[in-house]
Design a protein around this ligand. Structure first.
Ligand code: ADP
Length: 261
């Protein structure tokens, strides 16, 4: 009968529709779980510096007749509030990356000026610690995407290289092109990363035992931002590291194809 004919034809479509709906629900649930996890982690991470600032201000009040102690506590309060500022800034960056789609209108991004701008950001820190930061390679390369995001990614890598390096060492940024990709490599002579930690350093808020280095100001968000930027640009982030000798982080991006009219 015609009715049966129709139902046979419609059924697979219906099943497919239901499957799509179920799949969509699972994706929705997963996204929701990731979001809930992130919010829980953020609240936890914010509580630490806020708690410290609170305790320190109580300590300042209690030590009002001891100017030296007051100065010491106030100095630590300043450090904690600076840490809080960076943390909030990175949380905003990360959630922007996750919610907007800034690659809606990708543009040609010259890499040379971005590297120069990233080096500028770490200049004062590096100079104070006699760390020589250099850029070399092909400065004339173009990537394709968001200049703002790529600047954040390169800056995070260079800032880490300086943070996890001893005084009087060197940090080198080299750019080079392969046929289809651009590689921006940041090499340091710093503390390196233990092999068993390498997979985890790109997780949000993950830090290799902070006791092993002097920089305690980190948030553990920098590399997860880099990884996110690499992914939205269709690229990749690679790391090579030997503990006690140094690390190289390489941001690999698709190369902007020449368009011949
Ligand atoms: P953080 O704010 O702690 O630097 P990141 O996400 O940028 O957060 O890095 C995560 C962890 O990876 C750092 O805490 C550090 O232990 C390790 N790490 C990152 N970059 C380097 C590097 N160049 N050399 C050694 N360790 C590094």
């Amino acid at each position: 009968t015609p009715a049966r004919h129709v139902s046979v034809r419609v059924a697979p479509l219906g099943v497919r529709l239901i499957l799509i709906l179920v799949e969509d629900r699972t994706r929705e649930k997963r996204v929701e779980a990731v979001r809930r996890d992130f919010v829980a982690n953020v609240s936890h991470e914010l509580k630490t510096p806020i708690g410290a600032i609170r305790l320190l201000s109580e300590a300042v009040q209690a030590a009002s007749d001891d100017p030296e102690a007051v100065e010491r506590f106030a100095g630590r309060m300043l450090l904690e509030s600076e840490r809080l500022t960076v943390l909030v800034q990175q949380i905003i960056e990360l959630s922007r990356l996750q919610t907007d789609d800034p690659l809606d209108e990708p543009v040609t991004v010259p890499i040379g000026p971005l590297v120069a701008a990233a080096l500028d950001t770490v200049k004062i820190d590096a100079q104070a610690r006699h760390i020589e930061v250099t850029a070399s390679g092909d400065a004339d390369l173009d990537a394709h995407g968001s200049s703002k995001q790529l600047l954040i990614a390169i800056t995070n890598l260079v800032a880490n290289a300086v943070s996890y390096s001893p005084d009087r060492s060197r940090v080198a940024v080299t750019t080079r092109a392969n046929e289809d990709t651009i590689e921006i490599a940041v090499t340091d002579q710093g503390i390196g990363i233990p092999p068993e930690e390498i997979d985890r350093i790109f997780e949000r808020f993950y830090r290799v035992d902070p006791a092993r280095h002097r920089s305690t100001g980190g948030t553990g968000l920098g590399l997860s931002i880099v990884k996110h930027v690499a992914a939205t640009h269709g690229g990749d982030i690679r790391v090579w590291s030997v503990e006690g000798q140094g690390s190289t982080f390489t941001l690999v991006l698709p190369r902007k194809k020449e368009t011949h009219p």
